[in-house]
Design a protein. Sequence first.
Length: 512
Amino acid sequence: MPDTVPVPPEAGCHPPDFSHAAAASPAALLGLVSGLRDCVAAEAAAVLAGWGDRVERRAFRLSAANFADYLALRRHDLRPLQTALMPWGLSSLGRCEGRVRANLDAVAAALAAIAGAPRPGDFPGPRRYFRGERLLARNAVELFGPRPDGPRQVRILVTLPPEAATDPALMRRLVQAGTDAVRINCAHDGPDAWGRMIANLRGAEAATGRRVRVLMDLAGPKVRTGSVLTPAGDRRIGIGDPLLLTAAARFPRRDAPLHQATCTIPAVLACARPGHRVFIDDGRVGAVVTAAGPDGLLLRVEHAPPDGHRLKPEKGLNFPDTELGLAALTDDDRADLDFVAAHADLIGYSFVQSAEDVHALQEELRRRRPDDWRRLGLVAKIETPRAVRNLPGIIVAAAGRQPFGIMIARGDLAVELGFERTAEMQEEILWLAEAAHVPVIWATQVLETLVKKGLPTRGEMTDAAMASRAECVMLNKGEHVAEAVAALDRLLGRMAGHQMKKTPRLRALLSW
């Protein structure tokens, strides 16, 4: 079943022509808005029909209808219409994610009043107009727990270090500082250590009187460098250098004057073709495939630091142009699920790229908790171009069956999409999630310098302030993570008075 449902031609419409909207009268604008609403309704009905019976969960039905409305609305370029509505004191179309149909109804009713025309349908009223905000807030509570005390509305999620298994005081400091949820990365440690982390968390909860949710993150398929061989006297690789990524267990060209690295999942090398890009170590090295053969892939480095980069084992490999054919769930993930399904409140799903991936995990959960698996929260980590393309199908497959959230995994996403597109894409993911009333986790290197070194950069503070538009912000592990939680708690509390999702809140400004 395809993840994205195309609108069949017979279900479509002829959208209004907005090219001359700037000169239109209120009566003419009313016709344009009414025509747009009819078009959205027809296209959204086709999208909903294409989803079929995937929306099993009653709590998601209203959200699915609004999500279909939003997907239909954003098929059209509304910029001329937005500009034309502004002089009349109208248009919040740019902030209609959570309430598409109600927003169009409200604009049409206001235009009708201005033009002295009959009202086209019911005015939505405050309760229906703000229903999307209530649904999103309810879903955030279901996933992350009650809203924090005080002005802060955004939850704080902290990735636990290995020391959390042996240092109960660390867990108490995190909870006292304001941590709302903790993340256990199943790529590291094992069930014994995870159990001790959770036990220490329960002790911190008892000491502080706060309940903290546990997110356990499945590792997924990790494509990394294995062993590394460098030419004699040349330990760093630079622009123009050749690099052999080999599928062999041993280096096939041990005496050749070129850098070589094995791959932890050799089968992926057979999927790449000449011209495909390969990124190494979070994008620090960028290369292109020049040849593919029995030894593996021969690459030419096209991007590297000015003084080159030292290749190391266990560094990530990204193939943004290549369909790798990897299953999102590995055998290790299935083994880990025995513990995760029994102890986690939320399950993080790495490398999820399609609705079929979602269904595969849900089937594994059903086998382990047949009576109540739908109570488990699922968090999809969006980290590849394919996941972005299939995001509507992923949302419907997951939220249609269980509590669901999205993690914007900005690290891998930046490497896969390109750093220049990361900001644009994280915005679009936020919009789609809000339209479906799905909570979002803003992740990857938030306040990273503060967490690691004890002092943030100006850019990091601005990024953390932007994160206030998500429902949860994730901090990585580091020596100063408790201080970072406290700083983020204060920052998000201040931002709550200024920003609600995309909407500025006009709190009195008292700085002047």
